[in-house]
Design a protein around this ligand. Structure first.
Ligand SMILES: *Cc1c(COP(=O)(O)O)cnc(C)c1O
Length: 452
């Protein structure tokens, strides 16, 4: 990095921030129209710095803005500047997080985060964890550890026989995908019904496990969801833990979305019983405003991580003990430093700041829910406490309204469905937003829908 590049970076960031202010939702372009607006072609000769900045800036201008107060489309949003600095530094330093030799103190940064999260879950200090490239992959690691515990020879000889996984009908699709990857098979995933709030029904789980056992099958993995994708619901962990103990099944918590409530004194109760799980996934890139991706997997069973993921590589592990060579418990070989950005944020705002971020999101959700409940043109489908607010406006079909809001550059928001009803899903996961931003969301939506 020379001074010129540092200056170029400053210039590009300025343009990005300006473009976010001018167009919080970028003007809609179809994929086919892109080449007319963005210079995508790669050429024999390179560009001058000036042309390069122009090219990059045009690209940025047309890229969806996920950090503005008009973006509510996914379960992430916003951008904490300290976390972004951490992310950029990780790129500049370019360590790979497999060995202490190459990662140095960054390994300790990661371990510090894992220790703090472990403490909040309530796991013993002997618990272990790592970071993977997202909640889908941390859930995958949990399923693999459970599989390898129930069928240890599978890693050598292949083939699983009658292993059955359980998850609610409201859970994330990664559970099914992972069952395919892990050789469990899609048909060996049981979708346990949930109540109208979107929480798994424990009695139905117990019955299904017992029925499968009677049929000679082998229940091995129960996935509880803490923060479901559509309604933002929290499964009843304590009751599910009872069942898993009684039935001797690995108990995993998919807290990719809502696991972050562990940082809030007020909402931690939603995770009551989490310490009884065998493994726990949590993303810092959803509710915590950390750039994508930053996903943790923790397990009580340190050895399980080694059993499933350790593979000796003499060209790689040449110094230090396993403890500080986290490549030994990783899904990957080379691995980005995803710890630094969260650590940089935490250092800056402290645990108190993390707590405030979570609490603020619930307050924003309350503002939104109150607004929807108080206005007769709206129907509300989600329940407190949740940072997802699901609603319909004047019976306009949710898919049509969401797509029109997007194509008219008004707002970015998505839709979901529960029990056959489709609705708009507003998520208040951008802790940088204010109550006014949320109320503006509704006035923009109404202003658009009423003339549509
Ligand atoms: C987002 C999410 C995931 C997947 O996480 P990625 O980081 O997007 O792979 C898994 N489970 C739940 C409940 C989620 O909300």
């Amino acid at each position: 990095m020379k001074n010129e590049e540092i200056n170029l970076l400053g210039e590009i960031i300025e343009r990005l921030v300006q473009s976010e202010q001018e167009n919080p939702v970028v003007p809609y372009l179809s994929y086919d129209e892109l080449p007319e607006h963005v210079d995508l072609e790669l050429t024999e000769a390179g560009l001058s710095d000036q042309d390069w900045v122009k090219s990059i800036s045009t690209l940025i201008e047309h890229t969806p803005k996920t950090c503005t107060n008009a973006f509510y489309n996914q379960l992430f949003g916003g951008r904490h500047p300290k976390a972004v600095i951490g992310e950029m530094l990780a790129g500049l330093l370019n360590n790979s997080m497999y060995t202490y030799k190459v990662g140095g103190p960054m390994i300790a940064v990661e371990k510090t985060l894992l220790r703090e999260i472990k403490k909040r879950i309530g796991y013993p200090s002997s618990a272990e964890g790592t970071i993977a490239t997202g909640g889908s992959m941390t859930n995958f690691m949990a399923m693999l550890m459970a599989r390898d515990r129930y069928e240890p020879q599978i890693t050598e000889t292949g083939g699983g026989t009658g292993l059955i996984a359980y998850t609610s009908d409201e859970s994330h699709y990664s559970i099914t995908k992972n069952a395919r990857f892990a050789g469990i098979g899609r048909q060996h995933v049981r979708y346990i019904p949930s109540n109208d709030r979107g929480e798994m029904l424990p009695d139905a789980l117990r019955e299904q496990i017992l029925e499968d056992k009677r049929n000679g099958l082998r229940p091995f993995f129960v996935n509880a969801t803490s923060g479901t994708t559509v309604l933002g619901a929290f499964d009843p962990l304590d009751v599910l833990a009872d069942i898993c103990e009684e039935q001797e099944v690995w108990f995993h918590i998919d807290g990719a979305y809502g696991g972050a409530v562990m940082f809030s004194d007020q909402y931690r109760y939603l995770l009551k019983g989490m310490e009884r799980s065998d493994s726990f996934s949590v993303n810092a890139h959803k509710m915590m405003g950390v750039p994508i991706t930053c996903s943790f997997i923790l397990t009580k069973h340190r050895q399980a991580l080694y059993d499933s993921f350790s593979y000796d590589a003499s060209y790689l592990y040449q110094t230090d003990q396993d403890e500080i060579n986290p490549g030994k418990i990783s899904l990957q070989c080379g691995r980005r430093n995803d710890a630094l950005k969260f650590w940089a944020l935490w250092k800056s705002i402290g645990s108190d700041g993390l707590r405030d971020m979570v609490d603020h999101q619930f307050q924003l959700a309350e503002t939104a829910r109150d607004y929807v409940s108080a206005h007769p043109d709206y129907t509300l489908y989600s329940h407190a406490p949740s940072v997802n607010i699901c609603f319909n406006y004047k019976n306009i079909p949710a898919d049509i309204l969401c797509n029109a809001l997007y194509e008219s550059s008004t707002l970015m928001v998505g839709y979901g469905s529960h029990r056959g009803v489709r609705f708009i899903r507003l998520v208040t996961t951008n802790a940088g937003n204010t109550k006014e931003d949320i109320l503006n969301f509704f006035s923009r939506l109404e202003g658009f829908a009423d003339k549509y």
